[in-house]
Write a protein that binds this ligand. Structure first.
Ligand SMILES: Nc1nc2c(c(=O)[nH]1)N[C@H]1C(S)=C(S)[C@@H](COP(=O)(O)O)O[C@H]1N2
Ligand SMILES: [Mo]
Length: 375
């Protein structure tokens, strides 16, 4: 290997405490844990929204998606202080001299650049998404998903390269140099993560609701406690959904049209099911309505046919919900007419909305007008 040259005078010289390998490694282990949970739960969310033919996601427990999405948001939030601390710890290495030391070294530097860029992008866009703030033009779920693969690739490479260094740094327990300030630094970083999580988790964990300063979707009391994701006005359905001539079309082998009164006259089922929004909030409520299976029976749908539930909404990404046959026939898949003992409000999906167990909120279509049995 070529001798490492000393840097020229104008090159920045950085030193001082807490830029050591042990601090970087400890933060790295914490980040590996939060990122792994965040990436896995993100994949679960993606599979719900883009089902793979080879994997039938279970419909139980009914609160399953509430937990995976909650973990996704919590681990993402907790990662912010950890990542900033890690960047602080390692940033003097940016000024290592010489900056390029052969092909392998530059490849490793490039992968770190990809890792940092992807991690900052994922956390930044994820937090903005929780805050319902979209200061960009691209499709958030698609790009957030794509970047997760960049992050996974760069992360695996980084771990493979750094494992020996980290293992060595972590084993050196006797190295007490800087231990006190390191402990104080890591405790503050951990505390910052914890406080951020507490301030935000109130949107999923009822007990933490009073602390939810950073929970933009706390339930609004004037709307029966359940947050509204998209109002009837925003969806442009105030007139069509409020129209007394509304009816539900069952588009199956035996086409059927039902008025709201006819739906209300069918056997009603009651169930406590959560809405778990991919934007980070979740909340359980009591739903009452007709079993989707009963409607499929009425229209003589075959047991193995997939189903699409369509909204009155004319634009908007969430105006239809595709369901596998087993999901559509699930005894807890409901066309709800009531929420918490009252008729649905326009904002919650009047005259009728879909509610199903263990699926993301984006698939719980409101203001439905048509149920299509796929040929
Ligand atoms: N037609 C339609 N249905 C929809 C949506 C929408 O934008 N349009 N948003 C979905 C999302 S993202 C969520 S989280 C839930 C929220 O239901 P709520 O507003 O009744 O709480 O509705 C879902 N149903
Ligand atoms: Mo949502």
């Amino acid at each position: 290997m070529a001798a490492v040259k000393t840097p020229p005078r104008w090159w920045p010289r950085l030193g001082g405490g807490l830029h050591d390998e042990r601090t970087a490694s400890l933060l790295g282990v914490a980040l590996a844990a939060t990122f792994t949970i965040c990436l896995l739960t993100g994949l679960v969310s993606h599979l719900h929204q883009h089902p793979a033919s080879w994997l039938a996601l279970p419909m139980r427990p009914v609160w399953g998606f509430r937990v995976t999405q909650g973990l996704h948001v919590v681990t993402g939030t907790a990662s912010v202080p950890l990542l900033l601390a890690k960047l602080w710890t390692v940033f003097p290495r940016l000024f290592d001299w010489p900056p390029v030391r052969g092909a392998l070294h530059s490849l490793e530097r490039l992968s770190i650049f990809a890792l940092v860029a992807a991690a900052l992008f994922q956390l930044g866009t994820g937090l903005a998404n929780i805050a319902h703030w979209y200061p960009w033009r691209f499709n958030f779920p698609a790009v957030h998903y794509l970047m997760s693969w960049v992050l996974i690739g760069a992360l695996l490479l980084h771990i493979a390269v750094k494992l020996p260094v980290s293992a060595r740094a972590l084993r050196r327990r006797s190295a007490t140099e800087g231990a006190v300030s390191r402990r104080a630094f890591l405790t503050s970083v951990g505390a910052a993560s914890g406080v951020l999580v507490l301030l935000q988790a109130g949107q999923s964990v009822p007990l933490l609701r009073p602390l939810g300063l950073l929970a933009p979707r706390l339930p609004s009391p004037e709307r029966g406690g359940l947050p509204v994701n998209r109002s009837a006005t925003a969806a442009g359905v105030r007139e069509s959904a409020g129209d007394p001539r509304w009816s539900l079309t069952l588009d199956g082998p035996r086409p059927t049209v039902l008025t709201r009164a006819e739906l209300a006259a069918m056997p009603q089922v009651q169930a406590v099911l959560p809405i778990a929004c991919v934007e980070g909030w979740s909340r359980s409520a009591m739903w009452r309505g007709v079993r989707l299976a009963d409607l499929l029976t009425l229209t003589e749908a075959p047991r193995d046919a997939d189903v699409v539930v369509r909204s009155l909404e004319r634009n908007g990404a969430y105006r239809a919900s595709a369901m596998r046959a087993d999901q559509a026939w699930d005894p807890l898949a409901l066309v709800a007419l009531e929420l918490d003992g009252e008729p649905l409000s326009l904002d919650h999906g009047f005259p009728a909305r879909l509610i199903t167990p263990n699926r993301p909120g984006v698939l719980q279509t409101k203001w439905i007008e048509r149920i299509e049995v796929q040929a």
